[in-house]
Design a binder for this molecule. Structure first.
Ligand SMILES: Cc1cc2nc3c(=O)[nH]c(=O)nc-3n(C[C@H](O)[C@H](O)[C@H](O)COP(=O)(O)O)c2cc1C
Ligand code: SF4
Ligand code: SF4
Length: 249
């Protein structure tokens, strides 16, 4: 069973490829989280494979929380695949802790470099560069698929040193406190009231009022609303004006 969380499509792209090649079930955590579903998930003879973005050098908190409160039965073998723009720091340490908590056998953790999507803080690559990055990622995805097929462990990621410990540790905690909220989002007169942002938000953090979006205060900075708006009508503070959007369908 392949379970993915994705703001702007990178992790969904990877998860879809794996599910297709392994002929395995594909589950959207965005949908389960949005519908507040925590029903038991069962995979009898195949491992659970989680695919998600890296947020501040760790699994997104929404994913960790979902895993903690959901019951998984059948297999106790798991793989984690994290897509990232640059690196996953010491995410592996936290994944190992999570597996211990769930009584899971961790078969491997892989990081796959995909286009950066954090438009609220950084520029995203242009279309041609994104294409090249995805082409490189495809090779790695193929290798991951053949490893899972053979029930092999993934090649161990070379642990990043003290920098990684700090990034995934105190910086992660400070990052959520300082940056992760919806206060900076606003719409411009390009908004056509289509409701796509409402549909895309995995945390039901957006409502339409008089056909215009209103953000509440439960945001995980997934960038789905700002990058998935069909008319590019959403901006974040003064950080995103005239910046290319990134959304992989
Ligand atoms: C809130 C946030 C935090 C991020 N933190 C990291 C990070 O620590 N390291 C990294 O390499 N990429 C980071 N990124 C980039 C994403 O992990 C990367 O682009 C990912 O592939 C996006 O996946 P998605 O399209 O499935 O949402 C971050 C992106 C966001 C939105
Ligand atoms: S997705 Fe964009 S155009 Fe549609 S309602 Fe939201 S802000 Fe407006
Ligand atoms: S408000 Fe936007 S950035 Fe925040 S969780 Fe919802 S879709 Fe993601």
């Amino acid at each position: 069973m392949i379970l993915y969380f994705s703001g702007t499509g990178n992790s969904r792209y990877v998860a879809r490829k794996i599910a297709q090649e392994l002929n395995d079930e594909l589950i959207s955590l965005n949908q389960l989280i949005k519908e507040e579903k925590t029903d038991e998930l069962t995979s009898t003879d195949k491992p659970f494979i989680f695919v998600c973005p890296t947020y501040a050098w760790r699994l997104p908190i929404v994913v960790t929380d979902f895993i903690k409160k959901t019951k998984f039965s059948g297999s106790n073998k798991v793989y984690f695949i994290m897509t990232c723009g640059e690196d996953t720091g010491k995410s592996i340490n936290y994944i190992q802790k999570l597996c211990k908590y769930k009584n899971w056998q961790l078969k491997g953790m892989a990081e796959i470099k995909m286009p950066e999507n954090y438009i609220a803080l950084f520029p995203v690559p242009d279309k041609e560069t994104s294409k090249q990055i995805i082409k490189e990622a495809d090779k790695q995805i193929d290798k991951i698929i053949s490893d899972i097929n053979a029930e092999n462990e993934f090649e161990t990621i070379t642990p990043s040193g003290l920098g990684g410990t700090i990034k995934s540790g105190i910086t992660n905690v400070a990052f959520y406190k300082m940056f992760v909220n919806a206060k900076g989002f606003h719409y411009t007169d390009k908004c056509i009231g289509c409701g796509k942002c409402v549909e895309l938000c995995p945390l039901n953090n957006i409502n339409l009022k008089d056909k215009k979006p209103v953000w509440k205060n439960n945001c995980t900075h997934c960038m789905a609303c700002i990058c998935g708006c069909p008319t590019e009508a959403i901006e974040y503070k003064n950080k995103t004006q005239n910046k290319e959007r990134y959304y992989l369908k």
